[in-house]
Design a binder for this molecule. Structure first.
Ligand SMILES: [Fe+2]
Length: 431
């Protein structure tokens, strides 16, 4: 089992599973090894690495964790670590799991306020033009005509450029849509989300435009659904569901009859509602037959649907939507979903995080001032090694508190994190 401990608690014979800090911050060329030399122990205890994860199945365990195993249920909130030395109370400020939204990391450069304002104007124009172009293209599909995808190819390229400059701008804009324009702007949003995810997953550059186009065209089959079903505010009956579930096949038929549509777009159109456990529609296709592109589209499509105002649902916040998607078993490819979360730089509700001042907290929402900045409820002091009265910190507004890192509950011995996190989210914060 993996346990996270301070370097001051290390002992010879322990198996180092991972350590904090980039390779440049310590002298160990391996991150996994048995700690069997006094010099290594000395180097780790005196170096900049504040915390390490040990594997007690492969080496000596921590006495603190051995003690915890024998404790009765109900003591799981306690995180065992000996009192840190004064030096180690100061966590290094730049260890590698520090929370830096990948979106910001991937931006070629930080935009000045003026450049940002110009990019916002550009992105706004791109979205308006894309919406108009998608409406025209979907109009052709509604009339039973072939679609002219080459007309929207330049817009896909512009969306791609905007994602490259600063993805937060266009992704934020694409989220804002009224229920009347949902069908069209959903296509634009999924296009931008797919491109952003493709960049995060380092998909070859040559496929990026096809992936974006696949996002634009994936729901073209919805034009075959009558409006009274497509926009129905209440529950659909069985017959209506059959019509809705046929839209991927109808879309595939339309795109197959159109010129210049890539294989990626055809596949995504047909398969974006398939699930990893083989219960999706229209084909109940098993995971082994679902390509990376279809797995990406399933994630992007559902995320945008959950965070948008639709005729039958109120939108969820980004962190709520991601938490919901993570809770669904068998729907998504977990690696793709993980990359998607990273691509947005948003921490889902329920994520365990480490704050400054040696405290652990849980994400309970997102800041109204910055959707990528979480609201964190602190609940445990690592310094005092005890639970503390929950306190909410808006990391988007606080000038004094800082989120340091996303953490894995297993590393801290939270054996029932699902129930514990639910209790913490429902707890009352201190004033
Ligand atoms: Fe769809």
């Amino acid at each position: 089992m993996l346990h996270k401990i301070k370097t001051s608690d290390l002992e010879l014979g322990m198996f180092i599973h991972s350590m904090e800090g980039s390779w440049f911050e310590h002298s160990f060329w391996r991150s996994r090894f048995v700690l069997n030399e006094a010099e290594q122990l000395e180097a780790l205890m005196s170096g900049e690495v504040g915390w390490v994860t040990i594997d007690d199945a492969r080496g000596k365990g921590s006495p603190e964790h051995a003690q915890r195993k024998s404790q009765p249920p109900g003591t799981k909130l306690a995180v065992r670590s000996r009192k840190p030395s004064p030096k180690q109370k100061q966590l290094p400020s730049d260890h590698h799991r520090s929370y830096l939204p990948p979106l910001a990391e991937r931006s070629a450069k930080r935009l000045s306020p003026r450049e940002r304002a110009a990019e916002i104007r550009k992105a706004s124009t791109t979205i308006k033009r894309s919406r108009t172009a998608v409406m025209a293209l979907f109009g052709d599909a509604r009339l039973g005509n072939a679609v002219k995808s080459r007309k929207i190819a330049p817009l896909v390229e512009r969306i791609s450029s905007s994602v490259d400059v600063d993805p937060t701008i266009i992704l934020n804009m694409a989220r804002l849509k009224s229920k009347d324009e949902y069908t069209y702007l959903h296509s634009v949003a999924v296009c931008a989300l797919m491109i952003n995810l493709a960049r995060q997953m380092r998909v070859p550059e040559a496929q990026i435009n096809d992936i974006g186009m696949a996002g634009m065209l994936h729901d073209v089959g919805k034009m075959a659904i009558p409006d009274d079903i497509l926009l129905k505010p209440g529950k659909l009956d069985d017959t209506e569901w059959v019509t809705v579930r046929n839209h991927p096949q109808r879309g595939h038929d339309i795109l197959s009859a159109s010129e210049g549509v890539s294989d990626i777009a055809l596949e995504v159109c047909l398969r974006h509602h398939e699930k990893m456990d083989g219960t999706g529609y229209p084909g109940k296709i098993p995971a082994s037959s679902l390509s990376l592109f279809t797995r990406m589209s399933a994630v992007c499509d559902v995320y945008d649907a959950l965070t948008s105002q639709r005729s039958y649902n109120k939108p969820l916040s980004a962190s709520q939507a991601l938490a919901k998607m993570q809770s669904w078993k068998g729907h998504f490819d977990q690696l793709v979903l993980r990359s998607f979360v990273e691509s947005l730089g948003i921490l889902p509700i329920g994520t365990l995080v480490r704050m400054d001042r040696d405290e652990l907290g849980i994400v309970i929402g997102e800041s109204p001032s910055d959707y990528a900045a979480p609201i964190v409820r602190t609940f445990h002091s690592l310094d005092k090694d005890c639970a503390i009265a929950p306190k909410d910190i808006d990391t988007g507004r606080s000038k004094t508190r800082r989120l340091l890192a996303e953490e894995h509950p297993d590393d801290w011995g939270f054996i029932d994190w699902i129930n514990l996190s639910a209790d913490l989210i429902n707890s009352k914060p201190a004033d």
